[in-house]
Ligand binder design. Sequence first.
Ligand code: CO
Length: 201
Amino acid sequence: MQFLPELFANNREWAAQQAGRDPDFFDRLCAIQRPDHLWIGCSDSRVPANTIVGLAPGEVFVHRNVANIVRPDDPNCLSVVQYAVDVLRISHIIVCGHYRCGGIQAAMGPASAEPLEGWLAPVRSLCREHQDELAALADGERRWDRLCELSVRSQVRVLSRLPTIVNAWAAGRRLVIHGWIYDLHDGLLRDLEVSVDRPAP
Ligand code: CO
């Protein structure tokens, strides 16, 4: 017996539609992968990378984890960045957070069980670092949303110091790191205007 038959039915329908619209679609995807964007986003089911920026399969290389955190000690994320930059030679890395992120909220509250608590440690530190700014905000939801933004900015900074990125810039490569945030309420993205395209002075 097959589990989740409806998903296989959806898949057959999707594949037929793609091939109907564009008979070369799958042949082209098989032949080459040449995305120009790396998306680092949250695992949250409401923030699907391709869908919200209208990019087709083959157009965005994706890494997602809880709360879209970039950690210099995470071989998973670092391998994705390395492959995207060195092999795929992408030009844009987008760190996309979202308001009302459950991971960010967890890092503001009582300790979670491991391994989640350890994973969220950089966000918990960031929350402590900015406690004065956060405390000055009117309510818990504003503090939560602000920490979502601060975290994106922090991940952009972490990325800009990774050896893969620093070496690409040193080699004269064009590579821009962007920090965006997605609003679940209206489906709109906002550029936090923290883009960097060169090493910090
Ligand atoms: Co999230």
